[in-house]
Every structure is written in structure tokens, then in C-alpha cells.
Design a protein around this ligand. Structure first.
Ligand SMILES: [Zn+2]
Ligand SMILES: [Zn+2]
Length: 343
């Protein structure tokens, strides 16, 4: 039996490095030899025991890039040796939601590294239809950002972001920083970022924000000042705080839009003023994971150097040090992402 090295999250705060069987490749599957896997906020929630604790033990990891190692007997469209990324959202492929690229609403949806074995391992197995060939001349550490970038691509699409729109992004963490860059690509102006961390505000300014506000008491005033006193066309909440969601509605202009993005607790709610929403024609929409076209668009943008990726790719740890990689995250706020090197 062929074996591989894998980081198994056996309990909150505890990775076990194990020699496990290489996943079985079904007739419609592709086995990917993983080269890089980024640590996502979701992985951190799992590590801390705040999410999916009932699914442990599990190999997490869903922000990966690598090469096709083997394919199932019915797979014709991809060949071993192909550099690739993969869409991690596995739907049935046939239902109403799958056909609309709303895979998370599919009744049988699961996700690589969240609902099934992921890519903090030398190999990961996925349905071959979800494998996306990638250009060979793009560094693998950049390819491994395709999944997180796809999430902000989808958010921009769902918010119908466009040129000349004023945008406020609440939260300058890794994804907040990518929202800034995506809004820049959409032609939004001005782009205002808000975060309590000065370090992360500075990184967001370097990534293309026009203004950064670290003092929450100054935010509304700053937004009004930069939007002709109207408020922002679009506010993206990228923290997950009910209080900030409520605040987002105070920052939009009449007819503005609030993008729900930061994950809150399961029962959190936010009051929405019904009459104001109707009379001002305000709107809100949620989105979370990128999939399908979002993955392809993210790969295209990354392949053509449209994202500044240095702060996302410089912190790396070998698989054997994954425990330390997770434990030191809080000490490294300037590393917007940490990647695990596999092969
Ligand atoms: Zn993720
Ligand atoms: Zn489906």
C-alpha cells in the first residue's frame, strides 16, 4: 500500500503527523500531488475548536496548488503532470443549485479539507471535473492563492461592484486585503479600509486602499468626508461582527448596498430598518466561497499579476512544522497568509 505524510487534526490545537494511505482514486477522480497549501481562516477556526469539531479527526487544507499525479479510468480531459488548482466545492453537479453555480446550496455539498480529507498532505483526491489546469509559468505559491482570491471575486460579482463606486471594507485581514485589491481592479473609488490594527491598515494602503481608518470613532466621518456627504455605495463586512454589520448600514448612502461576507456565529442577527430599506432602495446580499467561474477568474487575474501577493506568500513552513505554523499565527500579523510547503 502506498503511503503519504499527512497532518491530521485529531483534536482542537493538535496536529498529528502521520503516515497514511494515499487516497484511493475513483474512476472519475484525480489525485493531486500537493506543492503548497495556504492556511485559511476556516482552518484556524477548526484548529481552535470553533468549527467542525465534530468532524475530527480530519486532514484540513483547501487552498492548494500542485500537479496531477494520477487520474481515474473514466477521466479523459486532464493528464498526469499537469499543474493545477481545484475547485473545492463538491456538489452533485445535477441539481438546480449546482446548475446555477450556487454549489453551497446543493443538498449533497461537501468541501475538500472541511467536509472531507484536504491538502495538508502530500496528496489530495478530488473529482476530476473540478480540477483546473494552471499555467506552468506562474509560481506555485501564487497559484495556491486562487481559492481565497475566488472568494473576493465572487463577493465583487454578487455586489455588482463597478467603476466609480465608493467602497468601505470593514476588516483588513487577509481577505479584507484581497477585497481592497479586487475593488481596485473593479475601478472602485474611493476605497476606504477600516481595521483596528495599524499594521494591517498599512498593508491595505500598500495594496491600493485610498484611506485607512484604525479608529472606529472616526470612520463614519471619514466616509462622509470622502463621499460628498452621502455615504458609500458599497460596504463589505469582512470581520463577522454583528455590531459591525449594524454599523455597515449607517455607512451606506441612500440606495447603497451592504455585502455580507464575514462569518458570524450561527445565531447572530442584525436589525434592518424596513422602511428605510424600502424608501431608500437599499440592498444586501451574502456570499462566502468562490466556485466555478469565480475560480477561473481568480486564476486568470493571479496569472496576469493583478494581485500583490508578497505578503501572502513569504511565510512558509514545512509540513512537519504545521503545529508551529498555526501556533505562531497571532505573532505574525504582517504575514497575511502562511503557506505549508509539501513537495
Ligand atoms: Zn479558505
Ligand atoms: Zn447539486
Amino acid at each position: 500500500m502506498a503511503t503519504m505524510r499527512a497532518a491530521v487534526l485529531t483534536a482542537p490545537h493538535r496536529f498529528d503527523l502521520r503516515e497514511v494511505a494515499v487516497p484511493e482514486v475513483g474512476p472519475d477522480d484525480a489525485l493531486i500531488r500537493v506543492q503548497r497549501t495556504g492556511i485559511c481562516g476556516t482552518d484556524i477556526h477548526m484548529f481552535n475548536g470553533h468549527y467542525a469539531a465534530d468532524r475530527l479527526p480530519l486532514v484540513p487544507g483547501h487552498e492548494f496548488a500542485g500537479t496531477v499525479a494520477a487520474t481515474g479510468e473514466r477521466v479523459k480531459h486532464i493528464k498526469p503532470g499537469t499543474t493545477c488548482v481545484a475547485d473545492i466545492n463538491i456538489g452533485c453537479g445535477q441539481c438546480y443549485w449546482c446548475r446555477r453555480n450556487e454549489i453551497l446550496n446543493c443538498p449533497s455539498m461537501t468541501q475538500v479539507g472541511i467536509g472531507r480529507e484536504g491538502a495538508f498532505a502530500e496528496y489530495v483526491c478530488v473529482p476530476a471535473r473540478l480540477v483546473i489546469p494552471a499555467p506552468d509559468d506562474v509560481p506555485v505559491e501564487v497559484l495556491a492563492l486562487t481559492e481565497p482570491v475566488s472568494c473576493v471575486v465572487r463577493a465583487a460579482r454578487k455586489a455588482q461592484a463597478s467603476f466609480g463606486q465608493s467602497v468601505v471594507i470593514l476588516g483588513a485581514g487577509p481577505i479584507g486585503n484581497l477585497h481592497v485589491q479586487m475593488m481596485r481592479l473593479c475601478g472602485a473609488a474611493p476605497i476606504i479600509i477600516a481595521d483596528l490594527s495599524q499594521d494591517r491598515c498599512r498593508l491595505a494602503l500598500a495594496a491600493g486602499a485610498d484611506a485607512a481608518v484604525a479608529d472606529p470613532a472616526q470612520l463614519k466621518q471619514e466616509v462622509l468626508k470622502r463621499t460628498g456627504g452621502r455615504g458609500a455605495d458599497l460596504v463589505i463586512e469582512s470581520v463577522g461582527s454583528p455590531r459591525l454589520y449594524a454599523f455597515a448600514f449607517e455607512l451606506i448612502r441612500k440606495g447603497g448596498h451592504v455585502a455580507f461576507f464575514g462569518l458570524s456565529g450561527p445565531n447572530d442577527t442584525v436589525p434592518v430598518d424596513i422602511l428605510r430599506t424600502i424608501l431608500e432602495e437599499n440592498s444586501l446580499k451574502g456570499s462566502v466561497a468562490g466556485m466555478g467561474e469565480d475560480m477561473h477568474d481568480a486564476l486568470t487575474l493571479l496569472s496576469h499579476g493583478r494581485f500583490r501577493t508578497e505578503a501572502f506568500t513569504r511565510a512558509t513552513f514545512p509540513l512537519d512544522d504545521i503545529q508551529r505554523a498555526f501556533e505562531t499565527l497571532a505573532e505574525r500579523p504582517r504575514d497575511l497568509k502562511t503557506q505549508i510547503i509539501l513537495n
